[in-house]
Design a protein. Structure first.
Length: 338
């Protein structure tokens, strides 16, 4: 043994290992960082790998937090409901307006306007001869079968009203003057032609039926009753309107009731029908009460509107093609909806 202090002997079993670790750690401090290793390829079957690529590219954690918040915000979206195929409702049938509009109802009567300058009234009109001498006033017209005038009845005036008498002249001798304030009727009698007297001479032939009475072939028009075909009374004739050719244009009818105010209308002569009933010639007019009410009233100082009843409208057949088309349309639409 030598002199001096003795050196302690270290007998640590891991001393060599510690020295090696220290040497290696010191070398790593001065070595540059190794290059980033590329990540292995991501299989296509992993759909969530694409969302994690930005994180592998050293993206900051803030980005991942924003993605998480975005995912949280997108979460409240409701799932789309499955489509429900509902059957389309059948369309309504076509409106009646598409069909042609119904025509307006026809008027109950038709009218013909007669100006005062184109006719003269018969009752109480002056009658003169061809020389201009007034001989009396017309008081009646006698119609024959078919409504053709056959005679005019004139009240021949006597001296100062004494000896007035009725006389019947053939209608062929009647001439009508439509100028106002002149004698309305002129009698153009043939030489030797005389009127028929109103009563037979004493001691003559057996008395014949009065000319003032109606018979099978004659009908005095003034005060005659005009009836409907069923026998109901329409009115009473109070005057006759004559044109310049001495043809009757219309009759003035009193259509008022017993307790009503007098109402008169002018009925077209062409609307009258002359028929023999109970061996008596009768004038008929097929007018209902509604048509009479719809007729304009007659006025002596206004243009005359002669009325004629319109026939009732013919019944229209139902539109079968239009109805079938309307029913076929909903059926076709229901098949299309299915």
């Amino acid at each position: 043994m030598r002199g001096g202090f003795t050196r302690p002997v270290v007998t640590h079993p891991h001393a060599l290992s510690l020295l090696l670790l220290l040497a290696l750690s010191g070398c790593s401090l001065f070595r540059s960082a190794p290059p980033a290793q590329p990540e292995p390829p991501i299989a296509a079957s992993e759909p969530e790998a694409a969302a994690s690529e930005p994180e592998a590219a050293s993206a900051p954690e803030v980005a991942s937090e924003s993605e998480e918040t975005a995912g949280v915000k997108a979460a409240p979206k409701k799932p789309h409901p499955s489509l429900i195929h509902r059957r389309r409702p059948a369309p309504l049938p076509p409106a009646p307006a598409s069909a042609p509009a119904a025509p307006a109802p026809a008027p109950l009567v038709s009218t013909r306007t007669l100006e005062r300058s184109t006719f003269r009234t018969l009752l109480d009109s002056e009658v003169q001869k061809t020389d201009g001498k007034v001989v009396g006033h017309a008081v009646d017209l006698v119609a024959g079968p078919g409504g053709k005038p056959i005679e005019v009845v004139v009240n021949l005036q006597g001296f100062m009203g004494i000896g007035d008498r009725k006389a019947w002249f053939p209608w062929s001798s009647v001439r009508v003057n439509t100028q106002p304030k002149t004698p309305a009727i002129t009698l153009a009698l043939a030489p030797g032609q005389s009127p028929a007297p109103d009563r037979p001479k004493a001691g003559g032939a057996p008395q014949q039926p009065s000319l003032e009475e109606a018979g099978p072939t004659r009908l005095p028009m003034l005060d005659a009753s005009v009836e409907r075909p069923n026998g109901a009374k329409v009115g009473r004739v109070v005057d006759v309107l004559l044109d310049a050719s001495a043809d009757p244009l219309a009759v003035v009818l009193d259509v008022s009731g017993t307790l009503e105010k007098r109402q008169t209308i002018a009925a077209d002569w062409a609307a009258l029908h002359f028929v023999t009933k109970n061996r008596v010639l009768t004038a008929q007019l097929d007018m209902t009460d509604q048509q009479i009410d719809a007729s304009p009233r007659y006025a002596s100082d206004a243009p005359v509107r002669a009325v004629k009843p319109n026939p009732p409208p013919a019944p229209t057949a139902p539109a079968a093609p239009a109805a079938s088309a309307a029913t076929a349309a909903p059926a076709a639409s229901s098949h299309g909806a299915q």
